[in-house]
Design a protein around this ligand. Structure first.
Ligand SMILES: [Zn+2]
Length: 276
């Protein structure tokens, strides 16, 4: 995979200001979750060392009043470091929610919205978010939405939430991380009727002493969707090294042509970037 001729684009890398990273790590430690203690500069070095040329930088506001400053931080990073294509965060309770949405969509250094309902504790069908979905449709602005039930189920994630949303906003450009883990088959079926739906491969097909996230769909069936599956690592929130993420993609059984799409081309289309 790393011999990819254009390099690799990683559609799922976590970026936070140092102090927020430290708060997240503290929480992960208390839960016994494995992760890599890397700040942004170290993450950058890891990506470069593995042939990654661009990475979607994902962040999220975990409480009210944080999204605006977090998005400014992300925007500054996007302006100063071509490695990172930062995503914006929103929090529906914020008084300036609509301004935050508008600002992100109009920014030339923010590339999409990231939703993490497990940590942000909002319902993706909360009526206040309809404004964001309508604006995203108008602007063809993407969303990466952690909405599958893996690795952690909750009443705020799962296929039923996503079905309800995608029925209301059928043409939203949404990436579902982790191939829809754990409802792999249900999410894959939705792709047939939703041409703007994408997946990322983060944390799937990892087989080690702590995890077995083998993808159950056979390569012949998956090949139909090879234009909308993008490599993602979830770095640095994983307990294994970066090469393991790259190697995990081989287990999907994609052809060499489809591998090129998964490792690079599909992300260019999802992000609508021009880096040639
Ligand atoms: Zn993640």
């Amino acid at each position: 995979m790393e011999e990819n001729k254009s390099g690799t684009i990683d559609l799922h890398v976590h970026i936070f200001p140092d102090r927020m990273f430290e708060a997240v790590w503290k929480r992960f430690k208390s839960l016994g979750w494995g992760f890599q203690e890397e700040y942004i500069e170290q993450i950058r070095q890891t990506l470069i060392a593995h042939g990654v040329v661009r990475a979607a930088g994902l962040s999220y506001a975990h409480k009210a009043g944080v999204a605006g400053s977090l998005n400014r931080f992300m925007e500054t990073l996007g302006r100063s470091d071509p490695m990172f294509l930062p995503f914006a965060s929103v929090y529906p309770n914020d008084d300036d929610f609509r301004q935050t949405v508008d600002h992100a969509i109009e920014s030339s250094h923010l590339y999409g919205f990231k939703f993490q309902p497990l940590a942000q504790l909002f319902d993706v069908n909360d009526a206040r978010l309809d404004y964001l979905y309508e604006r995203c449709l108008e602007a063809d602005f993407p969303i990466t939405m952690h909405i599958g039930s893996g690795p952690t189920a909750s009443k705020l994630v799962g296929i039923n939430h996503f079905r309800k949303l995608i029925r209301r906003f059928e043409m939203l450009r949404i990436c579902v991380p982790h191939m829809g883990w754990t409802e792999f088959d249900e999410f894959l079926r939705l792709m047939d009727d939703h041409p703007n739906m994408f997946f990322d491969t983060a944390v799937i097909n990892i087989v080690d002493h702590r995890l077995d996230s083998r993808y159950p769909v056979p390569p012949q069936r998956l090949a139909r969707y090879a234009d909308r599956i993008c490599f993602g690592s979830d770095w640095p929130f994983v307990h294994y090294d970066y090469q393991t993420s790259l190697d995990s993609v081989k287990r999907f059984g994609f052809s060499p042509e489809d591998c090129q799409k998964v490792m690079y081309d599909n992300a260019v289309r999802f992000l609508k970037i021009d880096i040639t």
